[in-house]
Design a protein around this ligand. Structure first.
Ligand SMILES: [Zn+2]
Length: 244
């Protein structure tokens, strides 16, 4: 049940989704992997929307070179674990929700425990090794995964529904090499906000999602393009799982 304060806090969105929708968000558990450029807007918007339980996972600490885009972290946070920096602010951003912070790397050993109970997993990572692991756990446990990635002034997003849509392995086949890539903060802001929007829609049970297509943001022209994406019948991650 929503308290009177919660009804007031969310009143402008309850006009759209009803108290039932708001209660649905309150009961939801979102796991956000990554608390940097993409994670900052994602976590912020999930929190203000009233997603009741948000688990944020990131092993890194705040560095000066993060601050052109990682808007949950401020100058006085330098050296703190990113999850602590974010967690402290989120308590003030929305005291009605539960924030769980995990300052650890996602590995084969802990991935099931960290991700397996999520209603939705959100990929706010900057590396493909962990992204592929996230994808495998999402597929094996039939959990929706909202993928987002950024580079420079370009970004992309798609929603993966295991067994129904292409998974990350279908799309990328092999991992791009690790690199220190350029990035302007607004790219992460746009793509992260699209991911948060998609997660909220999914948690509310809406079916009109970015599935089977990748939206590509071009910040230079300020436009988006949609690419059709298909499942790969030889994908060793999602195809075999869906046939089991
Ligand atoms: Zn696949």
């Amino acid at each position: 049940m929503l308290s009177d304060a919660e009804k007031k806090l969310y009143s402008r969105q309850i006009m759209m989704i009803g108290e039932e929708g708001q209660e649905r968000l309150k009961k939801s558990r979102a796991v956000v992997a990554g608390c940097g450029g993409l994670g900052s807007p994602i976590i912020n918007y999930l929190a203000v929307a009233g997603v009741g339980h948000i688990r944020i996972i990131d092993m890194d600490s705040v560095e000066l070179s993060n601050l052109n885009r990682q808007i949950l972290h401020w100058h006085y946070d330098m050296g703190k674990k990113k999850v602590c920096s974010a967690g402290e602010k989120l308590k003030d951003i929305n005291p009605f929700i539960t924030i769980e912070t995990i300052g650890d790397r996602i590995t084969d050993d802990n991935a099931k425990e960290l991700l397996g109970d999520a209603d939705v997993i959100i990929d706010a990572l900057d590396n493909y090794d962990t992204r592929f692991l996230l994808n495998r756990i999402a597929v094996e446990n039939n959990i929706a995964l909202i993928h987002g990635a950024v580079h420079g002034i370009h970004g992309q997003m798609t929603t993966i529904l295991p067994g129904k849509t292409p998974c990350i392995q279908c799309i990328f086949k092999r991992k791009p090499p690790k690199e220190l890539f350029p990035i302007i903060g607004t790219t992460a802001g746009v793509v992260g906000t699209m991911q948060a929007n998609e997660a909220i829609k999914y948690l509310l049970g809406e079916e009109d999602l970015y599935t089977g297509r990748m939206v590509v943001w071009d910040g230079k022209s300020g436009t988006t393009e949609e690419l059709k994406i298909s499942r790969n019948p030889s994908c060793e991650i999602c195809w075999s799982c869906s046939e089991k």
